[in-house]
Design a protein around this ligand. Structure first.
Ligand SMILES: *Cc1c(COP(=O)(O)O)cnc(C)c1O
Length: 423
């Protein structure tokens, strides 16, 4: 028994199915102490969109740390924060005609969700929040109250209140028109649904099984929210920062959420950082009303700025990601076709294969690991094999990952897979 097993809490999870002690990493590759090499199609659950130790980000980070500049500063003014805000404004907000105030709510994804929920309640004076079936928004109480997974909800230990869950796109498998129930419930004063402050949604359900909302569904939701004066919060913690091909995952749908949550890959380097963005009219916070010690991590500002400057100055990176996404989708479709009842789910480089038998998904992920590929599962029964390579993955690495996955799937299901090699 090693110290991880003897000393670390039972709550640990990834280290249970990946026994390697990872000691170095570069780009889409990780190495373990015992000399194994892994292709990383997990990418820090979406925190490593630009790969491990990306030199474009590492160099300015090292220079910053060696320069004697300020590392910790709560929300005081620093040149690093100024540069981040100016760059985010110039390269992300202005070109997309998004006029958002930027709030630093604390370092993690759940922090930016908590801030969004608090703000929506404060602005509207209402308490109720609507979320979607199989949503995942984080592990603190507010975020858990809008999360679907019953095991995770149970961990709260207290009732999770003032929220209701409504069907996500595809949940009812088509026969019921989208928003039939929600529209009716909002319009009927006898429906028993308290008028909500906000609706919180992921455009692709990263943890909850990789269902992707259609652009038309998202537009319908935005319209419904507008009609009923309900705020729309998009949780782009996992699907944002280029994961689906555009910087924000909702750009394709052409909607403008009232509030946006960003974290995971916003620092670009895997350093903790989160943002809550909202329309200026919603900025009703009193100074210090939502506070926190780690809201201004300057090393994260430095790498975040470098990532925006290097990858988001023009459309080239987005075009590369779109090319990779097409190849990934193509390969996953071949693998899914081999098994009855399997389908590809997701969007962009947040994509996976649904298996009717969750055991198949679990075993494919395990067989992939033993063949040198890190892939997770997603969904309430872990029934989806999830592929989330860094956006900087090369076409050759992508193909190698698909080959391993096809081999693992063949081994588990016994059904031969023919991958057409995309040159
Ligand atoms: C990961 C995630 C969160 C929570 O982020 P943490 O940094 O783990 O707190 C919230 N929402 C979504 C969609 C996520 O994927």
């Amino acid at each position: 028994m090693d110290v991880f097993e003897s000393r670390e809490s039972e709550v640990r999870s990834y280290s249970r199915h990946w026994d390697a002690v990872f000691d170095s990493a570069a780009g889409s590759t990780m190495h373990s102490e015992d000399g194994r090499t892994f292709l990383d199609f997990f990418a820090g659950a979406g925190a490593l969109n630009y790969g491990h130790n990306n030199p474009v980000l590492l160099r300015p980070l090292i220079d910053y740390l060696l320069s004697g500049a300020v590392v910790h500063s709560l929300d005081m003014k620093t040149p690093a924060k100024r540069r981040f805000l100016e760059t985010f404004q110039e390269l992300i907000l202005i070109p997309r005609q998004l006029d958002y105030r930027v709030m630093f709510p604390g370092p993690t994804g759940t922090n930016c969700v908590e801030a969004a929920l608090k703000l929506a309640r404060k602005v509207t004076g209402r308490t109720h929040i609507l979320s979607f079936t199989n949503a995942f928004h984080g592990m603190t109480l507010g975020s858990l109250s809008v999360t679907g997974n019953s095991m995770k909800r149970h961990g709260a230990g207290v009732p999770l209140t003032n929220t209701s869950s409504v069907p996500y796109d595809g949940y009812l498998d088509g026969p019921v028109p989208d928003f039939l129930w929600l529209r009716q419930a909002l319009e009927d004063s006898g429906s028993g649904l308290d008028r909500p402050a906000a609706v919180i949604v992921e455009t692709v359900q990263g943890e909850g099984g990789l269902r992707a909302a259609r652009a038309s569904w998202l537009r319908g939701l935005a319209e419904l929210c507008r009609e009923h004066d309900v705020l729309l919060i998009v949780d782009d913690v996992q699907a944002g920062c280029g994961r689906t091909g555009t910087f924000f995952s909702f750009e394709e749908a052409g909607i403008t959420p009232d509030i946006v949550c960003l974290s995971k890959s916003i620092s670009g380097f895997g350093l903790p950082m989160a943002l809550t963005l909202f329309r200026p009219e919603l900025d009703v916070w009193s100074p210090g009303e939502h506070n926190g010690t780690f809201r201004g991590h300057n090393p994260a500002f430095v790498t975040a700025t470098a990532a925006l400057e290097h990858y988001w100055r023009d459309d080239r990176f987005a075009a590369d990601v779109a090319g990779l996404a097409t190849r990934l989708h193509e390969g996953l479709s071949r693998i899914a076709e081999a098994t009855e009842g399997s389908v590809v789910r997701g969007r962009g480089l947040l994509t996976g294969i649904f298996y009717a038998d969750p055991e198949a998904a679990r075993r494919i992920a395990a067989e992939s690991y033993s063949r040198g590929l890190l892939v997770e599962t997603s969904g309430p029964r872990s029934e989806v094999v999830k592929t989330m390579p860094p956006l900087t993955t090369t076409a050759e690495e992508l193909q190698r990952g698909l080959d391993i996955l096809a081999d693992a799937a063949e081994h588990v299901t016994g059904a031969p897979v023919t991958l057409t090699t995309v040159a």
